[in-house]
Design a protein around this ligand. Sequence first.
Ligand code: BGC
Length: 417
Amino acid sequence: MTDAFAFPQDFLWGVATAAHQVEGNNVNSDCWFLERLPGTIFAEPSGDAVDHYHRYRKDIALIASLGFTSYRFSLEWARIEPEEGHFSVAELDHYRRMLETCHEHGLTPVVTFHHFTSPLWLLAAGGWEDPRTPARFARYCDRAMKHLGDLIGVACTLNEPNLPWLLKELGLGGEAPERRASVPLWAAAADRLGIEASSVAPFQFTVSEAGFDIKLAAHREGRAAIKAVRPELPVGWTLANTDIQAADGGQDRADRIRREVNERFLAASREDDFVGIQTYGRTVFGPDGVAPAPEGAETNQMGEEIYPEALEATIREAARIAGIPVMVTENGLATEDDSKRLAYLRTAVAGVASCLADGIDVRGYIAWTAFDNFEWIFGYGPKFGLIAVDRATQERTPKESAKFLGSLARAKVAQSV
Ligand code: BGC
């Protein structure tokens, strides 16, 4: 049975991007460097991406014209501080213009201060296992806030600090420091940077207890720097929260992974103003690892089961453990078939409505992603966008799913299940 559900008037309806995935030519970042090394695990380099750096005005106008009320994007630390201690006012001005454009179009800017990429100098200086990194991050947050803070609507410090622990369980990286020299990419990076392979610690691929402590400290020091400029600004971090389930015989493994990947990060969020939840599906663990998708299940472009019901489960998990407001800062589907995305969004939003109907404080639903873009190690293959981009001409074409979600944003009503 379905009922029409009225969303709160101030509920944010948005789409998200991350600087490196859309801007293009992020040449001072660690990712740009890693994309080009011998032994790279990136399918292709990011290059011009979708040239959002130059096209942001029209892009933001297009997002607003579809009916959305919010735009989540990230500041690129590697542009703002291309050399340690040198802050570029010209780049800060660029982001100020982006924020002003959001306000001109009535969009609340949800701003991520760190979305996976770091300046290359940070990687060379020990990256996300170096004890000096929290203070470096906080200094950057302070500079960015003093230049941009008055225009920011919601601040997210770090994006998916827990992702490497999830990737490790999926068999994607996460080597212990002493084993990094055996991985061609980390060996090549160490060689080029003139450091030990054990010290190569990029944000998305580093799994170690030191890495956990440093990310948590960076989040807290970054939050304090942001609050020092604007105490009332909502600040949180955004987590990769897959719905972790157990297949036969997999309960212990699933419970351990849920604690390590989801619960300890949610528990660490308790002092924040909100926690950002980023959910794409479920991950089912059997006794020996990830269980295959059920027979006959529809799959996304990466071969994973399409399971939009996961969002409701992870919102409930987050609210229960963190005990603070929740904001959906990413949710979406990689598919060439937009009708599948539309059906996915419909179910996911119904899950949000059910949570709200039960009194859970959900502040917004921000879909991943505005444009087909650079999907990290997978390159430009996966299509998560609500707006298609022809990268030869950079022409943008909204898909039906964009119009559907934009119309919900206008109506502020959706079905609950
Ligand atoms: C990240 C995005 C990414 C998306 C889809 C999240 O892990 O924050 O940058 O593109 O998932 O894989």
